[in-house]
Write a protein that binds this ligand. Structure first.
Ligand SMILES: *Cc1c(COP(=O)(O)O)cnc(C)c1O
Length: 432
């Protein structure tokens, strides 16, 4: 199957090139030329399967033309080797826990998948591949852990100095081997801009083989559709299912829209954000106004220019009317997020993380006007990844699972670089 650029539909590449390039050379994002529909039997028999089976089945459907069946099945099964359980919280509000992977965040799914797919495509490659990733927190650890030890691949994690939580930082600055943490004196948007500029730097790209592992990469984006099917499978009642997605770059929500196009019966989507409310504002007013991001307690969603918005526009042929018909947006302040963590814990015994808290509040808000909705909000990270905020909200420190605690004892190692492109370019050229 071919992939086209959201900027120019007749600019098409195959899967291998889409995965390598990440971003199309005209600055657009790649989209699959056809979104394959699941056979009706797949949904009626989905109860006999688990997430891993779903991942293998949908991978064949999406990538089976480009990667031999046995290989793609192995990539899928190996990448998606943990569960995404659905938990009922209160009445019609459910959560899909996406934090059971190695770094306790939903990005493990896409990052592990992409690392394995890139490993497949570069098996016989004679040059080193450099993966550039800008992270506001969770991408870095998920990608770093996903790629750790993959031969022939070097990973460079760009992160904003002082703006990610301590435990997040530990998860990608302590790994060593083929992983380097690049500490940028700037914001997440600066990190993202540096990566974008490196990809559009022709001379640099002749010297180094660069690829991205941000949520713009189709090998990260498309596998995120799998767990929407897994959520649907676990719902007792399949009427009026509404997915509510805590959002930053909108990769996760876009994957949900793709799942729907593949045939998953979804009645509506909700986008929950922190005060970086560019998309909720667009949904209300029709005007999309990117601006510098504001730091919040839900920092993995501190995005001022959501990159996957281009894909959402593309999926709906740029119709604001149709987009607003399918997606409702809500945004929340830090104060509201902390209050919700405390209130939900007291009311239900369930401990939310700051990102999931926006999802919970948005679910409640939507239910007021749509009492028939049957809502699944995505819990995108484990609360103990945001110890400071959760402790402040509840007065009690969240229990950290052992696989996260082990990072605390390790020594941080990073390369400090300014937010100027020339400095970042020099760093990259220094790798030769
Ligand atoms: C990345 C991230 C988000 C935002 O996901 P997008 O796909 O960028 O919208 C939300 N919550 C957590 C915990 C994250 O790490």
């Amino acid at each position: 199957m071919n992939y086209y650029s959201t900027n120019k539909k007749d600019l098409k590449v195959d899967l291998r090139e889409a995965v390598f390039k990440g971003l199309a050379c005209d600055g657009g994002l790649y989209m699959p030329e056809q979104i394959p529909a699941v056979p009706p039997l797949f949904l009626s028999e989905i109860n006999h399967h688990d997430l891993q089976d779903i991942a293998v089945f949908l991978s064949r459907l999406l990538f089976g033309e480009d990667i031999p069946e046995a290989e793609i099945a192995e990539i899928a099964a190996d990448a998606v080797n943990f569960k995404t359980p659905l938990v009922n919280i209160k009445g019609p509000i459910h959560t899909l826990e996406l934090f059971h992977g190695p770094t306790l965040a939903f990005k493990d799914v896409g990052a592990r998948y992409m690392a394995r797919m890139l490993g497949y495509f570069t098996r016989d490659y004679d040059r080193e591949i450099h993966v550039l990733v800008a992270t506001s927190g969770d991408t870095g650890s998920a990608v770093a852990n996903g790629f750790l030890g993959v031969p022939g691949v070097k990973v460079h994690i760009l992160y904003p100095a002082g703006l990610v939580s301590r435990i997040q930082e530990k998860q990608f600055t302590t790994l060593g081997e083929n992983i380097t943490a690049v500490e940028i004196s700037g914001s997440f948007d600066d990190c993202q801009a540096l990566v974008k500029q490196a990809f559009s730097d022709k001379e640099l790209n002749q010297k180094l083989t660069l690829t991205s592992a941000n949520s713009i990469n189709v090998a990260r984006l498309l596998p995120q559709a799998f767990y929407y099917f897994d959520a649907w499978r676990q719902m007792a009642n399949h009427d009026n299912i509404v997915f509510c997605v805590p959002s930053g770059n909108f990769g996760n929500l876009t994957a949900g829209l793709i799942a729907e196009r593949m045939g998953l019966p979804v009645s509506h989507f909700i986008a929950a954000t922190n005060v970086n409310d560019i998309v909720p504002e667009y949904l209300k007013t029709g005007s999309f106004t990117p601006r510098p991001s504001v730091a919040t307690v839900a920092n993995a969603m501190d995005v001022g220019n959501p990159s996957n918005f281009a894909r959402i526009l593309d999926l709906f042929n740029h119709s604001h009317h149709d987009i607003a018909h399918s997606i409702t947006g809500y945004s929340y302040t830090d104060k509201e997020i902390k209050q919700a963590i405390s209130r939900v814990l007291n009311d239900t015994g369930y401990l939310l993380d700051p990102h999931g808290a926006t999802g919970y509040m948005a679910a409640e808000a939507y239910l007021k006007d749509h009492p028939e909705a049957n809502i699944v909000f995505l819990e995108t990270a484990h609360p103990s990844k945001f110890t400071e905020t959760v402790t402040e909200a509840t007065g009690k420190e969240p229990v950290m699972p052992e696989r996260l605690r082990k990072f605390e004892k390790l020594q941080k190692k990073s390369v400090p670089v300014s937010a100027k492109y020339q400095d970042f370019r020099d760093y990259l050229l220094g790798l030769l």
